[in-house]
Design a protein around this ligand. Structure first.
Ligand SMILES: [Zn+2]
Ligand SMILES: [Zn+2]
Ligand SMILES: [Zn+2]
Length: 334
C-alpha cells in the first residue's frame, strides 16, 4: 500500500510510495552542459546587464565596471516592472492590474565556473546579505506587499543562464500559495496558541527520522509531507516570521547550513538541478506569532503530470525518511 499524508498547515495531501521507494539512483538527472555563449553575468560584461542597484565592490572600482564580488541588477526580461501605477480594475467578472513590481537578479560571484555550492562561507554570506538588503530596501515602496527570494539552478529547473545567480521578486499582492500557508498557520495557532513551524521543529527533533543536519541556529530536514523527492526545509530554531530581520550571528548559521545542504544535495544526487525559495511574512504585518520564515529546496527529479495538475496532490516516490537518511549519510569532504 502507498501512504497518504496530510500537511498540518495547508491541509493538502500527498501520496508516498512506501512499497518500492525510489532511492537516489532511481532518477535520471539532467547534466549541466556549458552553453559557450557570451555570458552577461561575467566580469567584464557588466554593460550587458541593466545598471546595478546594489554591489559589493572595492571603493576604488567604478559602478558597472569590473572589480566586484557581487552585483544585483534588474532582470533584463522582467516579469514585473517597478515604474508606473498598479491600476487595479475590473473587467466584468475578471480583475486585473498593471504588471507592477520588482524583479531583480543577484549575481553571486564574478566567477563563471562556480556553483552556489562552491561559494566560500564568506561569499555565501554576501549573497544572503544581499537578499536581506534588497528585501529591506523594497519595503520602502508602499505599493509592494510581498517579497519572494528564489533560485533556479539548471535548465530544467528554469535557469536560462548558467552563471550562478538568484532572483528576487516583489509583488503588489500576497500570492495565493503564501496565503494558503499563512491562513493554515493562523488556523493552527487559533486553537493551540503555538506556531505550527515551531511545533514541527520540536517534533522533528523528537522523532529524529527526517533530520539532515543542524547547527546552533538552524535545522534542515525533509518534511513529513514532502511534495517532491528529497525536498528539504531549513528553519531558524528560534521563532521568527521575517527573514529580513535576521541578525548577524543567525545569518552565519544560515550560511553554514545552506552550504552544507547544497553540498549534500550535490553529492547524494549527482549534481541535480534544483529550486529554492525563501518564504517569509508579507511586508505588513511582518511580526507574526503564527508564521515562521523558512527556506524550501527541491531537487528537480520528477516532472509534474496530469494527476498533480488535477488534484493538487503530489505523488512522491521517495518517503522523506529515506531521503533524509541518504542526505545525512553523505560523507562530506573535509
Ligand atoms: Zn558568466
Ligand atoms: Zn515559529
Ligand atoms: Zn513554505
Amino acid at each position: 500500500m502507498s501512504e497518504l499524508r496530510r500537511d498540518p498547515i495547508t491541509g493538502r495531501w500527498n501520496i508516498f510510495n512506501t512499497d518500492e521507494p525510489l532511492g537516489p539512483d532511481g532518477f535520471e538527472v539532467e547534466r549541466h552542459e556549458p552553453s559557450g555563449a557570451t555570458c552577461p553575468f561575467c566580469a567584464g560584461n557588466e554593460h550587458l546587464t541593466p545598471p546595478e542597484i546594489y554591489a559589493i565592490r572595492p571603493s576604488t572600482s567604478r559602478a558597472n565596471g569590473p572589480g566586484w564580488q557581487l552585483r544585483a541588477v534588474p532582470n533584463k526580461f522582467p516579469a514585473l516592472r517597478i515604474e508606473g501605477e498598479l491600476g487595479r480594475r475590473g473587467l466584468g467578472l475578471f480583475d486585473l492590474s498593471n504588471g507592477l513590481g520588482a524583479h531583480e537578479v543577484i549575481i553571486e560571484t564574478p566567477d563563471h565556473t562556480k556553483q552556489m555550492a562552491d561559494l566560500t562561507l564568506q561569499e555565501l554570506e554576501q549573497v544572503c546579505g544581499a537578499f536581506k538588503a534588497r528585501s529591506l530596501d523594497l519595503r520602502g515602496d508602499r505599493r509592494l506587499k510581498y517579497t519572494l527570494i528564489f533560485k533556479n539552478f539548471g535548465r530544467s529547473a528554469g535557469a536560462s543562464l548558467e552563471h550562478t545567480h538568484s532572483q528576487l521578486i516583489a509583488l503588489p499582492i500576497v500570492p495565493k500559495r503564501v496565503l494558503e500557508e499563512l491562513k493554515g498557520a493562523e488556523r493552527y495557532f487559533e486553537f493551540r496558541e503555538r506556531c505550527p513551524f515551531c511545533d514541527m521543529i520540536q517534533q522533528e527533533l523528537k522523532d529524529d527520522e527526517r533530520i539532515i543536519c543542524e547547527n546552533k541556529g538552524f535545522l534542515a530536514f525533509c518534511p513529513y509531507v514532502s511534495s517532491f523527492p528529497f525536498e528539504i526545509w531549513v528553519l531558524p530554531k528560534t521563532h521568527s516570521s521575517d527573514f529580513a530581520a535576521i541578525a548577524q550571528e543567525p545569518m552565519r548559521d544560515l550560511v553554514r547550513i545552506l552550504k552544507e545542504v547544497l553540498v549534500r544535495v550535490r553529492m547524494a544526487l549527482s549534481d541535480p538541478p534544483y529550486n529554492f525559495i525563501i518564504q517569509t511574512s508579507p511586508i505588513e504585518p511582518r511580526e507574526r506569532e503564527e508564521y515562521h520564515w523558512h527556506l524550501e529546496l527541491s531537487p528537480k527529479l520528477t516532472r509534474l503530470a496530469g494527476f498533480e495538475w488535477g488534484t493538487g496532490f503530489y505523488i512522491n516516490p521517495t518517503p522523506p525518511e529515506l531521503a533524509a537518511k541518504v542526505l545525512r549519510e553523505v560523507s562530506l569532504p573535509v
